[in-house]
Design a protein around this ligand. Structure first.
Ligand code: SAH
Length: 549
């Protein structure tokens, strides 16, 4: 039996999904924060429960080879980053393993389907969004920062390494203003005080910035002066908004926004399209990684001009709209009204005429669309962390029954749970690609391609799924060549001819490119067509264009 305050020498052998190190002492699992796999250390036990215990580092005897010196002075206190003390390579390995473990243990799926994780080009200053709580510091001055780990105590932040550097002068300017006018920070316990959160967004491609002040009240004193002061320190600010949140809740924003400067939204560019983003709409926090994620989803989708695409949990329509040019019809569903407003405008500003967006719960809306007789060839689902509703999975498999489903997830555990349900309902996972959208934090995004099983008289066949892991290799920066999607796009633009990945793959083989490991030729007996000569010519032209041959 472990005793509180006792010190034990041990080795960290794993990490939990919250990023705590795990060691075993007297056959009991002990969770130790801020450690790395391979650390040999003395652990002080701080809490003993029936089946496990918690400890803290007393001293490190031999550090793990994964360890690096943290580049942030507050990383041990702040709850923002989980991995500032280990190398990015070790972090990627951990995230890849986490996805494998979840889909194997919870989903019952073969872990070898998981392709290598796509790393982020930037591991600092990649976040385009910050929502910072406001509080008094120990001297009674207003401060803006992050909540400490597992608490609502605010740790001041001067120079967060995760978010856009543009936010730092805005934080200083806002803090000075709040202190000069002796404004009060919101106090959760008494539900009093005005200032709740300072919320900023930076559209990194267009360089437009939004500042939103979340208040427990209707009006912020000296609003106009605040606008003048903020714009004076940062002229890239395009809009300033007051968000009213008078509810006793830990949800950050309220439903009502009032614009006090500019248009109330900013615009960013993603995959070559423009997207208008309002304060209440979701937008991926790591723009350049989101582009890679959407490219994988697009490659998985293998869309054809006569097909219909359903984009569920669509936010401002980003995923579907970037694919709208490949399909006949696009339908998007999202629960937040402002996001749907944005999605409709985004279709308009990008001159996309084949898209329709609906506001509502994904399960209910999908059911309704099915009742209206809408058919889907491909369905993309991108739910929040809690995953999707099992009724939705039922509706997808039974009412729509599309050949392909693409599941984008920000939580491997709920993803694995849902993949298991999909499997029971006739959909198998073919490819699983983790994408690191959130370097230095414990979060990891995953994109999964599911195909429908078709049962015929003799055997179970799978829909032909036409995706190459080589595309993902390109995204990982391993190959200097073009993706299948790029080759297809180029041929379409140059010659107005569509070619399949299968044909590109056959031409690659003929040119003596590395043998494809993951090419799916379907079940035994499935006939694989050969690339016609005229298409081969065009594909070889494309290889030349992309300097692959
Ligand atoms: N696909 C979008 C948004 C993904 S985030 C993008 O890549 O930008 C998940 C989205 O699901 C959020 O916009 C959230 O508002 C929405 N959402 C949450 N619960 C929902 C539900 N029950 N029905 C429909 N949308 C929901």
């Amino acid at each position: 039996m472990l005793n509180k305050n006792q010190i034990y020498k041990t080795e960290i052998t794993g990490l939990t999904s919250e990023g705590n190190g795990v060691c075993h002492i007297d056959s009991m699992a002990v969770f130790v924060p801020n450690t790395a796999v391979g650390d040999i250390l003395n652990v002080r036990i701080v809490k003993v429960l029936k089946k496990y215990a918690f400890g803290i580092v007393e001293n490190i005897i031999t550090p793990s080879s994964d360890r690096i010196t943290s580049d942030c002075p507050i990383s041990l206190k702040c709850g923002g980053c989980m991995f500032r003390h280990i190398s990015y390579e070790a972090e990627l390995n951990y995230k890849h393993q986490r996805v494998c473990d979840a889909i194997t243990r919870i989903g019952g799926i073969d872990g070898s389907l998981v392709g290598e994780i796509i790393p982020s080009d930037r591991i600092t200053a990649y976040r385009n969004k910050a929502q910072l709580p406001i509080a008094y510091d120990k001297n009674g001055n207003i401060t803006v920062g992050f909540f400490a780990q597992r608490s609502h105590r605010v740790i001041s932040v001067d120079n967060c390494l995760l978010h856009s550097e543009a936010f730092n002068p805005i934080i200083d300017c806002f803090t000075d203003f709040a202190n000069e006018y002796k404004l009060t920070p919101y106090d959760e316990k008494s539900h009093s005080g005005l200032l709740r959160h300072l919320y900023m967004r930076h559209a990194m491609e267009t360089d437009e910035i939004m500042v939103c002040i979340v208040i427990n009240g209707k009006k912020l004193p000296h609003e106009n002066e605040l606008c003048e002061r903020l714009i004076a320190v940062e002229n890239r600010i395009k809009t300033i908004v007051i968000n009213i949140n008078c509810d006793k809740t830990n949800v950050i924003t309220g439903k009502e926004c009032r614009t006090i400067f500019g248009s109330g939204y900013i615009t960013d560019k993603l995959c070559g399209l423009s997207f208008r983003i309002s304060p209440l709409s979701f937008y991926q926090v790591n723009r350049s990684q989101a582009e890679k994620l959407y490219t994988i989803a697009r490659d998985f989708a293998e869309l054809k001009p006569d097909e219909t695409l359903l984009d569920l949990y669509c936010g401002t329509g980003t995923i579907g709209l970037t694919m709208a040019d490949s399909v006949k019809r696009l339908y998007g569903v999202e629960i937040i009204p402002q996001a749907i407003e944005d999605a409709k405008i985004n279709a308009e500003i990008n001159n996309i005429k084949n898209a329709e967006f609906f506001c509502g719960d994904a399960s209910l809306a999908a059911e309704k669309l099915a009742q209206q007789g809408i058919k889907a060839d491909c369905i993309i689902i991108d739910p929040p962390r809690k995953g999707c509703d099992s009724t939705l999975i039922n509706t997808i498999s039974e009412k729509f029954s599309p050949p392909r489903v693409i599941y984008i997830s920000c939580d491997p555990a709920t993803l694995a749970r849902d993949l298991k349900i999909f499997n029971e309902l006739g959909y198998s996972a073919f490819k699983v690609i983790p994408v690191d959208l959130f370097p230095r934090t414990g979060h990891v995004e995953t994109c999964v391609l599911l195909g429908r099983k078709i049962v015929n008289d003799k055997n179970v066949e799978y829909m032909h799924v036409d995706y190459e892991l080589e595309d993902a290799e390109y995204l990982r920066g391993i190959k200097g060549s073009a993706t299948y999607a790029e080759i297809k796009k180029w041929i379409k633009e140059q010659y107005n001819v569509s070619v399949s990945s299968l044909y590109i793959a056959q031409c690659k083989d003929e040119c003596g490119f590395e043998k494809r490991e993951n090419f799916n030729t379907g079940a035994e007996g499935h006939r694989v067509p050969n690339c016609p000569e005229e298409k081969k010519k065009l594909i070889l032209e494309a290889f030349k264009h992309f300097k692959m041959i």
